[in-house]
Design a protein. Structure first.
Length: 96
């Protein structure tokens, strides 16, 4: 990879880490315990967490949208004006 690709990748990773770590608040509400290990192991305890995630309100609404009417004339399917239009189009310089 070139240096510019590494910089872009590094910036993307920093952005993702910042986004993930600031997206919600996590508080540990109970300590965890390691299991007692001997010949007969007893189960351990997983810590509990209280997570306050972002409140997202999604709404939908009906809207009426005016869609333009588009007429498409394929070459060979129209009348004699098609060949005249094609000649005019070929004579035009390309637009940039």
């Amino acid at each position: 990879m070139r240096k510019s690709n590494w910089k872009v990748l590094a910036l993307l990773m920093v952005f993702l880490v910042v986004t993930v770590t600031t997206g919600c608040r996590v508080r540990q509400t109970e300590e965890g315990e390691l299991p007692d290990v001997d010949v007969s192991a007893e189960g351990g305890k997983v810590p509990e967490y209280d997570v306050d995630a972002a409140d997202v309100d999604v709404k939908t609404e009906k809207r009426e949208v005016t869609v333009p009417d588009v007429d498409v004339n394929m070459p060979g399917e129209g009348d004699a004006n098609d060949s005249a239009q094609e000649q005019q189009d070929e004579e035009k310089p390309p637009q940039e």
